[in-house]
Write a protein of this length. Sequence first.
Length: 166
Amino acid sequence: MKTAYLSLGSNIGDREHNLTRALEVLGAPDLRIVRTSSLYETEPRDMLQQPWFLNLVVQIETSLFPLQLLARTQKVERDLGRKRLVAKGPRSIDIDILLFGNFVIDTPQLQIPHPRLVERRFVLEPLAEIAPDLRHPLTRKTVREMLAGTAGQIVKRHGNQPEKQQ
């Protein structure tokens, strides 16, 4: 089993339900959710004229290979109604692979670590909650150190934490 970290976000529909449902559907014998961060409400980036997001990060253990994990996350997104109509636009569910062990992957389909991880407070804040001393495999900076470089982005704890599905 390999350890990986996923970021989940939703900004349309019942955001909290979308995230909870995604966690339920992700869990399987080959993918176990180990830890789940709190929910964080975050302002949109890139395309600003859209609803705010709810985000969380999960630590998983999986026997899947990185491209198999990508296929799984994309299937969950499709099954939960994700439609890619506008780049960076509103979405019912978005699941990104942030880190996968110490793997470094750079293919047209998948980049690990996630290429914008270091600049996204909406990812680093929940990741710092569950793994503050985790190191980026390329920069060797800890999550806590990367988080310190993302001032000016609004991220606030939402309160409720979705139940983990084992």
